[in-house]
Design a protein around this ligand. Sequence first.
Ligand code: ADP
Length: 373
Amino acid sequence: ANDKDSKTISGKRSSHPKQATKPESSVSSSDPSESGSTSSSSDEKPSDTRIPKLLKHLPKGVDAHAAQQIVNEIVVQGDIVHWADIAGLDIAKDALKETVVYPFLRPDLFSGLREPARGMLLFGPPGTGKTMLARAVATESRSTFFAISASSLTSKFLGESEKLVRALFALARALAPSIIFVDEIDSLLSARSGSGEHEATRRIKTEFLIQWSDLAKAAAGRETGGGSGEKERGDASRVLVLAATNMPWAIDEAARRRFVRRQYIPLPEDHVRATQLRTLLSHQKHSLTDDDLKVLVRLTDGFSGSDITALAKDAAMGPLRSLGEKLLHMSPEDIRPIQFEDFEASLVNIRPSVSQQGLKEYEQWAKEYGERG
Ligand code: ADP
């Protein structure tokens, strides 16, 4: 979901109908309530020095071309996301800390009954911060982050996808701790009828499930055949498949059960929208009062985080729109502040991307199969 990040795989289906690409959060909040984070979404992670060595000495059975492709397009090494960049979602953040971050940082404390889950599903309406959460998990657990959209596996990489899936899991183990983030997981693990399912898609799905099972077996020390040494096992226990979907009901039952944890990522509540709006406006010249913000929070009921970002971006254009070409000759100080009326005008065009009916379906699925977030 990060358009600035050229290393993230391309060809991702945009889940926001009004935007060709998802907006990147360009501001970082410095909310003091978010502990343990020096928030900045612009800091760069240094590139991983293990990678060139690994590419020279690939694990057995890993295709060199596929491995290179993973490194080029799927390992995310660009700018990073911290917890504090994400408004709200405290329950989801806590669940992710317990499931991934702490076990990755202190594997010695998380064995036996505390053995961490091998898979976690984030589900909910589009644009609610699922991708941001996954990226923050990778940052905070100091993991290598592999980001792939399942739809690109079944389209862009079709034909070489099985090799790619094998290389993906092998590299994740070699570069552990690792997060394999699969967006749009529904398009890979959907419950399509056997005959209607594309043969190649079915093979990728099978390969993915095999690799994922092997990972769990290796982590538990039950791996058969080669590569079941101590080191291999330790690596496998610090690889997690984190998946996101806007269509949880499309995932077939067997695949669903493999996600031991299923976390609902809901639309933002009032106070979360207020926080996000404040953050977005914090570095801008604006004249909105606290009362204006309260009204705005009411008017944006039903908006997702990405709808809010889109709205704020559109409203921020307000002061420039009336100027036309004149803006080319004006100094920044002469541009008027963003005002409440700009938001009012933008609200005519920027509407919530999730319908009430759609929301009910998520709530229902969450009640049946998920954990509340
Ligand atoms: P999803 O993966 O759930 O579809 P993303 O994490 O890609 O959504 O979010 C898309 C964009 O929407 C982000 O880049 C960010 O600008 C904004 N956004 C969504 N949720 C939040 C949030 N909780 N806090 C801050 N920004 C958010």
